[in-house]
Design a protein around this ligand. Structure first.
Ligand code: PLP
Length: 452
């Protein structure tokens, strides 16, 4: 059913020329009086109706690569055929069972890309998220090393930098793990809070980190933040850092954001077992058909390998071999990611330019300016985000569910929205951002005029 965005006629006492005066007078809606806002509101609704009449159907809710990006990896499918050599170092025949923790050459390639020792890896199946699930399940049932299984402990808590990745939070909720929000800063999560709570609360067993181009703000943790993580002194011996480095080679510009190697830093502080690192080729090649990786200290590695030995005889080595032949070496990976960036960057620019144009002088919206990753995070005025999403939805634009970037799906200030620019075409994004900007203004005005 078409959405009729109606409101009381608030402008009937105003002359048409007042609108022009108001518009010329100032762009900053915060400086306008209620009666001036009423004038603008009528105009917004007219523009909104015009957009509604175009019957858009646009989805910016998930960080999916576009078809053009997927096309970049099509030759992955030609990397192996029935004539191929299926042997690899340590595995005479990749077509058969064996080599449960993955191909050594692929470990070597990923080690060269990340700086992490190749012996620290388990190469898994098609999803890093499922490896995170495996690790949490293992710690739940078996415990971390020789500690009491989490499920037998009174309460387990995880720290969640916010806004963050909804699936991390949902996974913890699934396991009945209590979630504690941690504020993000431009340098990473609030380390003062983290140091304090992990040193005092034995029930805190983990923290979710997306340390490079975080989902959704695109923040890369500063060297000081990484060092402080590496030197944590948790009260719980079974506390672990879940270091989800999903965007480790996903730069959008030449101006890269280097991230310190957490493993190396942890070794310096005798904390080798603290981090468990995850990433995958999901947003390098084909999501859902890529290869996932886990890296950790020797004790964790032994336990997790053993755990996997009960789960599988081995992961898909054909896919690993295919990826090895396609990605070849670090130079090739970087060249491939540059091509990805050439497709994605102009899309980010469409969004960022529009936000700048519309809101630089109108501080009812703030946003991040990422140099990589898949998302832009925006903050509306407190209490407006859900309304913005609703107004967008009723004009044919679906956004990521408001609240999902916070534990329990609840943004306490109802202000954060994740924008995912990669999937839509640049032309579609132009329409999407037009709807979005107008919706932000409508929601703000309605809040000011106490219509919501
Ligand atoms: C931070 C983060 N981690 C993990 C994933 C999912 O990765 P995978 O496809 O390897 O399961 C995503 C996907 O958007 C993500 O943003």
């Amino acid at each position: 059913m078409p959405f009729a965005y109606t409101s009381p006629d608030l402008t009937q006492n105003f002359e048409g020329t007042i609108f022009e005066k108001v518009e010329n007078k100032m762009k900053n809606l915060k400086l306008l009086s209620d009666s001036e806002l009423r004038v603008l509101y009528e105009d917004y609704l007219k523009k909104y109706k015009e957009l509604q009449d175009k019957k858009f159907n646009l989805d910016m809710s998930r960080g999916k690569p576009s078809p053009e990006q997927l096309n970049l990896s099509l030759s992955l499918l030609d990397a192996l055929n029935s004539q191929s050599d299926f042997s690899s170092e340590g595995c005479a025949d990749c077509r058969n069972y064996g080599l449960m923790d993955g191909l050594p050459e692929l470990k070597q390639l990923i080690s060269e890309l990340t700086g992490i020792d190749k012996e620290s890896f388990i190469i898994g199946g098609n999803s890093s998220l499922s490896m995170m699930f495996d690790v949490i399940s293992c710690f739940m049932i078996k415990g971390v090393s020789n500690c009491t299984p989490w499920i037998k402990q009174e309460k387990i808590k995880f720290l969640c930098p916010v806004p963050g990745y909804d699936r991390h939070f949902a996974m913890c909720e699934h396991f009945r793990i209590e979630l504690i929000s941690v504020e993000m800063t431009p340098n990473g999560p609030d380390m003062d809070f983290i140091e304090e709570i992990v040193s005092k609360d034995k029930q805190v067993k983990g923290i979710w980190c997306v340390p490079k181009y975080s989902n959704p703000q695109g923040i890369t943790y500063s060297p000081e933040t990484v060092e402080r993580f590496a030197s944590l002194k948790p009260l719980a011996p079974d506390f672990r850092i879940f270091w989800d480095n999903a965007y480790f080679v996903h730069d959008l510009t030449e101006e890269k954001s280097p991230l310190l190697d957490i493993m190396q830093e942890c070794k310096k502080h005798g904390n080798e077992e603290l981090p468990i690192i995850f990433f995958s080729t999901s947003k390098i090649t084909l999501p859902g058909a890529g290869v996932a990786f886990l890296a950790c200290g020797p004790e964790n590695l032994k336990q997790l390998k053993e755990n996997y030995s009960f789960k599988t005889v081995g992961f898909d080595k054909i896919n690993q071999l295919r990826h090895l032949k396609f990605l070849k070496n670090p130079t090739q990976v970087k060249a491939h990611m540059k091509k990805q960036a050439e497709i994605i960057k102009p899309k980010f620019d469409v969004i960022l330019n529009a936000l700048k144009e519309e809101f630089q002088e109108n501080p009812i919206l703030s946003w991040t300016n990422p140099k990589g990753g898949y998302f832009i995070s925006v903050n509306t005025e407190d209490g407006c985000a859900k309304k913005v999403a609703e107004v967008c939805k009723n004009c044919g634009l679906t956004l990521t569910k408001v609240g999902s970037t916070f534990p329990y799906g609840k943004d306490p200030r109802n202000k954060n929205i994740r924008l995912a620019p990669t999937y839509l075409s640049a032309k579609e994004l132009q329409s999407a951002i037009k709807i979005f900007c107008l919706s932000v203004k409508i929601a703000y005005v309605e809040k000011r005029l106490l219509l919501i």
